[in-house]
Design a protein around this ligand. Sequence first.
Ligand code: MG
Length: 173
Amino acid sequence: MGKHEVARRAVFLDRDGVINRVAVRNGTPHPPFHVEELELYEDVPDGCAQLKAANFLLVVITNQPDVGRGTQSREAVEAMHLKMQSALPLLDRIEICYHAGERYGQACGCRKPRPKRSYVIGDRWRDVDCARAAGCRAIFIQRGYKENLREAADFTVANFNDAVSAVLRDAGL
Ligand SMILES: [Mg+2]
């Protein structure tokens, strides 16, 4: 495997209970409410450094539905992430879903277990299945081969340029 292939691998890290401590009430974990309450587990900085040294991208993926439910402010969560990012400068990015969740009438495509913030662009069924297996969005470039997809793609496009447009549009960029 070439160096670039290794460099592309990522470890997706949950936030609450993985990176920072949680308050456990009645056996259920609750995220910190104020930035002052955000406390990292002691072994996280070194662990992140080890993963980074092994060329992994470090991506935090976290559901923060209390924001969508109106019981937490987005500003408070953003302040926590600034603090987390400065304590852990090795983090490549933090992906947050603020939606309340289906039960609260706020279905979305970014809430775990559907991170869907990464993409696979491909031209064969295998690429689409790969995207599915990885929880990524599948962009299928239809080149007209005589083969059927086994899983549905999120977007079917005619060429690479349209695939790129689909990614950027979907990502809101
Ligand atoms: Mg958690």
